[in-house]
Design a protein around this ligand. Structure first.
Ligand SMILES: [Mn+2]
Length: 308
């Protein structure tokens, strides 16, 4: 079972902040499991579970308590793949590793982003039955011999939106010059061999947004900022393009490019993501199935999982 984009802490109500909804949801899932005569093997929370861009961590985590209590009662493994709105967890993990190493050895060591987060216990008190395994940026799983990749989806921005793609080109350009001038290997090759490169480019933006949640007025300003494309139209809209509500079929080309670039050796059959808040599936060229898990906040344009 895959659930993404719950956005706990966001003022627009997350469906799972209401205990009745959680109860109904749980009953429906249990019925579904019985009808299909299957077992619930794993619950995958596919990012943006907490909205640390709009709410402080105390508020966001408090809002998630009834949900975590409820899913822990399924007594199945829970994996949480971090998204862009809860990306601060990645930074926390990164800094904790640096500090632990400093405390243990007295050495200051350049830490690199790694996919295995060590913050694994931070939800134990609110998700008591099963501890939540936290991963970033992906979770890979073999199901019936086929390879499934689960990833929140903001990394697709590299291939789709103007700012990240411009910044990537600029950074590659600078790295080439750097290695030509110094004869040293580029930073990319040494520290950021794969998707971790994305972190160097996007982390400061995500961290700014995280910090902005502590300043109420700034959040209002930022919300206003996102309404500009609607009122002022095309130019600004293209610069700050958001992929919200983009259907899977329109993202399929980027998904293919992305999977071929980063998972070329995995023979991926299915790519599951969230991020755009638009549930759906698309089989495109027949080699890769792309599935979006939609979202769980009350938005006029959302497609709930029932429709998917
Ligand atoms: Mn997202």
């Amino acid at each position: 079972m895959v659930l993404s984009d719950l956005h706990f802490g966001l003022e627009a109500n997350s469906s799972f902040q209401n205990e009745d909804t959680i109860k109904k949801f749980k009953q429906e899932i249990e019925k579904e499991i019985e009808n299909r005569n299957v077992e619930l093997e794993e619950i995958i929370l596919l990012g943006d579970v907490f909205d640390f861009w709009r709410a402080t961590p105390d508020k966001a985590i408090a809002a998630s308590k009834p949900f975590f209590k409820s899913i822990s009662e399924f007594n199945t493994d829970i994996v949480f793949v971090v998204g862009n709105h809860d990306h601060h967890l990645v930074i926390m993990d990164h800094e904790a590793k640096f500090m632990n190493n400093l405390e243990r050895t007295g050495e200051t060591q350049k830490t690199i982003f790694s996919s295995q987060l060590e913050l694994n216990n931070f939800l134990d008190n609110i998700c008591p039955v099963k501890s939540v395994k936290i991963k970033y940026p992906y979770h890979i799983k073999k199901i019936d011999g086929k390879c499934f990749v689960f990833q929140h989806g903001h990394h697709l921005d590299f291939f789709q939106t103007l700012m990240p793609s411009m910044m990537t080109s600029l950074s590659s350009f600078l790295e080439t010059i750097f290695s030509k001038l110094t004869g040293k290997k580029s930073v990319e090759n040494v520290y950021y061999p794969r998707q971790e490169k994305f972190e160097t480019i996007m982390s400061h933006t995500y961290e700014n947004l995280y910090q902005s949640a502590f300043v109420g007025e700034y959040v209002k300003l930022e919300n206003g900022f996102w309404t500009i494309p609607k009122t002022m139209g095309t130019l600004w809209g293209n610069v700050c393009k958001t992929l919200r509500y983009t259907p899977v079929s329109r993202q399929y080309e980027s998904i293919l490019k992305f999977v071929r670039k980063y998972y070329e050796n995995n023979n991926v059959s299915c790519f599951v993501y969230g991020d755009t808040h638009k549930a759906g599936g698309y089989f495109g060229d027949g080699t890769l199935l792309a599935v979006n898990s939609g979202c769980w906040i009350d938005e006029p344009n959302k497609d709930a999982w029932r429709k998917a």
